[in-house]
Design a protein around this ligand. Structure first.
Ligand SMILES: NC(=O)C1=CN([C@@H]2O[C@H](COP(=O)(O)OP(=O)(O)OC[C@H]3O[C@@H](n4cnc5c(N)ncnc54)[C@H](O)[C@@H]3O)[C@@H](O)[C@H]2O)C=CC1
Ligand SMILES: O=C(O)C(=O)Cc1ccc(O)cc1
Length: 365
């Protein structure tokens, strides 16, 4: 008999996992969601095989349960699963960006002999829902796993086997370590990106050029501020302690910066920026990190009606999806530049080949 996977939350991450599981396993995937639309889209796109009709029965008959709703909601689902008692035989996991509270709440499953292993695939997008899901979303990305000291290692291996189609790099990490590291490299940068954008908005009333000039690089460094506010609300609530500690140390860092600016002493400033450059330049270039990278391709285009739709239609014909498109400069009869972002370097290379074969001039910066 085919194994049964119950996916609770048929959004971007849940559906991407479902697609990756389907590549490697002959399982039946049952979806459940409070959004009728997302559930229907997941079914229409053949990501799930069926929508759940009786959720308690599905919990009991599942071999694997994946909680892929926002972190606050996944906590509530743990209680529903615990309520099904010892009849539950599934291995249970989640995809939440934070682990402390989830792992604490999931302890109730142990009383029924049910294994819960926390999961966090460290890749995503600012898009949501099943239509943005991709089987290769997690390829080469880190996939953090958190266990209890008593979790049998064969259960962890079982989960990795279920998820092998993701082609992610699994890392087992302790719960506090997870929330600290992701706090530093993902959650805290999100707070700062949001506050930078709000600062620019506040200052834009003083000078209208602020918005104009915030295009380009400012948009790039604040890109993550455009991802789901509801998701980040929940992450911030769940990783509160880490974020408060990081805010304290950031304030100290800002005091140092303020002093440097006030002193205006060249050598001190040079040392500060050199230190930042040194550490940044030492970061691995080719591996994926906590914040999704986008792969940009630049295309020279002349301003003629329909040029953008020609480019996007060509890419659609080659089944290449784009994550963003921006015109950098375009005046009548003058060459402009289109910047198109892709989710992988493979997509970017395919796009470049397709466009060059139609005589477009493309380049990577
Ligand atoms: N978006 C990203 O880049 C990443 C997100 N995550 C985590 O993945 C989880 C899901 O995020 P996404 O897939 O990006 O969001 P999404 O918005 O695409 O999907 C979430 C889904 O959960 C459903 N949902 C909400 N409340 C529910 C409930 N009570 N019961 C059942 N379904 C419910 C929503 O209707 C939606 O279909 C979050 O916990 C997030 O922290 C982890 C890694 C990356
Ligand atoms: O939008 C982006 O670039 C991200 O940073 C995606 C992301 C969001 C939340 C996570 O827990 C992990 C990855």
């Amino acid at each position: 008999m085919k194994k049964r996977v119950l996916l609770i939350g048929t959004g971007l991450i849940g559906c991407s996992l479902a697609l990756a599981i389907k590549k490697e396993h002959e399982a039946v995937i049952i979806g459940h969601d409070i959004s009728e639309k997302n559930l229907a889209d997941a079914k229409r796109l053949n990501i799930i095989d069926q929508a759940s009709s009786n959720i308690k029965e599905e919990v009991i008959s599942a071999d694997l349960i994946i909680l892929a709703a926002p972190v606050d909601q996944s906590e509530a689902w743990l209680e529903v699963i615990a309520g099904c008692g010892e009849a539950v035989k599934a291995l249970v996991t989640d995809v939440g960006s934070t682990k402390g509270r989830i792992m604490e709440s999931a302890k109730i499953l142990q009383e029924n002999g049910v294994t819960f292993i926390g999961g966090h695939p460290m890749a995503g997008s600012h898009k949501t829902g099943p239509e943005s899901a991709k089987a290769h979303l997690f390829e080469n990305a880190f996939y953090m796993l958190t266990c209890y000291p008593e979790t049998p290692s064969e259960k962890t291996e079982q989960l990795k086997n279920w998820l092998k189609g993701t082609k992610a790099k699994f890392i087992e990490i302790d719960i506090d370590g997870h929330d600290w590291v992701t706090g530093v490299v993902s959650h805290f940068p999100h707070l700062i990106a949001a506050s930078l954008v709000r600062q620019a908005e506040n200052q834009s009333v003083r000078h209208p050029l602020v918005s104009e000039l915030a295009a380009g690089g400012f948009r790039d460094i604040t890109r993550i501020a455009s991802s789901s506010p509801a998701m980040w609300r929940d992450i911030t609530k769940h990783n509160r302690e880490t974020l408060l500690q990081l805010l304290k140390s950031w304030r100290k860092e800002m005091d140092v910066v303020e002093q440097l600016v006030e002193n205006g002493e060249g050598e001190e400033l040079l040392q500060y920026f050199s230190g930042a450059k040194r550490f940044r330049d030492s970061l691995p270039v080719r591996s994926k990190g906590a914040i999704t990278s986008y792969y940009d391709l630049y295309i020279d285009v002349i301003d003629q009606p329909g040029v953008i739709s020609n480019v996007t239609a060509l890419l659609a014909d080659h089944h290449i999806s784009i994550t963003n498109i921006q015109i950098i400069e375009m005046r009548e009869d003058v060459y402009g530049v289109l910047r198109i972002s892709f989710q992988s370097s493979e997509d970017r290379d395919k796009a470049s080949d397709a466009l060059q074969s139609e005589n477009y001039h493309t380049y990577v910066v």
